[in-house]
Design a protein around this ligand. Structure first.
Ligand SMILES: C[S@@+](CC[C@H](N)C(=O)[O-])C[C@H]1O[C@@H](n2cnc3c(N)ncnc32)[C@H](O)[C@@H]1O
Length: 269
């Protein structure tokens, strides 16, 4: 099957979780981020909303037996990932723990984690779910642990509730900081590259957050791959930022018209 023809959100394990042509990259960047933040094999990791193990398949290979924990209400995504990506042998060897609750409950494994990752979860949640999730994450985090989560930053706040999918929602950076404060967490926005979202790191203790000197090393740049030039080329970076803000300012019919125009230009090349 040619997965590149599928859209993000389509009913296939490589597409349901995001653009299918970036299934590889979106997993690798999560692994690279946490290993840069100090994830070691003997650490425990909760991959919240682990989907089809885009990142999970890399974490699983790296972490010690029993150290990977995933929460994912769509069980079929994990089953398809084990069948098509990981194989039963690796699952038997590494003994990952999975739970399928959809209530944002993270105490289901009765343990605290060194790291919690929530990639592209808060891009689909109303503030009610973010508040619940962050306070549960905090309870499930070791005193010295770190939470890495993505948000879509915007110039306004989504004011709905519940789970929004495959549509996306955005929040102002000041609102994201307020979510952290309300959950009793410290937070910092990090410059780690993401094609559509922004990474934030949360902790229970202020000194655990990366400091200024460390932030320089959290770029997430990808070299020699044109698709990700915006991760390090200044001019492309600025254009990327400009486009994402413009997208929010333009009314939907104009946005759709421009999208069509761009698609035609690409197809005509
Ligand atoms: C955009 S995907 C991201 C998946 C994964 N984090 C990744 O980066 O590959 C969002 C995931 O959240 C899952 N999800 C939906 N409702 C959830 C809930 N209540 N708790 C946890 N995950 C949920 C979806 O099934 C989907 O796999």
């Amino acid at each position: 099957m040619d997965v590149s023809k599928l859209k993000a959100g389509d009913n296939h394990y490589m597409a349901y979780v995001g653009p299918p042509t970036q299934y590889d990259f979106m997993g690798a960047t999560q692994f690279r981020l946490l290993s840069t933040l100090g994830l070691r094999a003997n650490h425990s990791l909760l991959d919240f909303g682990c989907g089809s193990l885009r990142a999970g398949r890399l974490f699983l290979t790296y972490l010690d037996e029993g150290a990977y924990f995933g929460i994912e209400p769509n069980k079929w995504l994990i089953e398809d990932a084990i069948k098509n990506q990981i194989g039963k042998d690796l699952a038997t060897l590494k003994k990952p723990h999975f739970d399928h609750n959809g209530d944002f409950k993270t105490d289901v494994f009765s343990q605290q984690f060194d790291f919690i990752i929530a990639q592209s979860i808060f891009s689909h949640t109303g503030s009610d779910l973010i508040t619940t999730a962050l306070s549960n994450f905090k309870e499930s985090l070791k005193p010295n642990g770190l939470i890495a989560a993505t948000f879509i930053e915007g110039i306004t706040d989504f004011d709905g509730r519940g789970w929004v999918y495959p549509g996306c929602v955005n929040y102002r950076s000041s609102t994201i900081r307020r979510f952290a404060e309300e959950a009793g967490c410290f937070v910092i926005r990090i410059p780690w590259y993401h094609p559509r979202q922004t990474w934030y790191v949360f902790s229970k203790e202020k000194h655990r957050l990366p400091n200024k000197a460390m932030l320089r090393h959290l770029s997430g740049a990808v070299l020699f791959e044109q698709e990700f030039d915006e991760s390090w080329k200044r001019s492309k970076k600025i254009m990327h930022l400009f486009k994402s803000y413009l997208k929010q300012l333009l009314p939907r019919p104009i946005k759709n018209g421009l999208k069509k125009l761009m698609a035609n230009r690409v197809n005509n090349r």
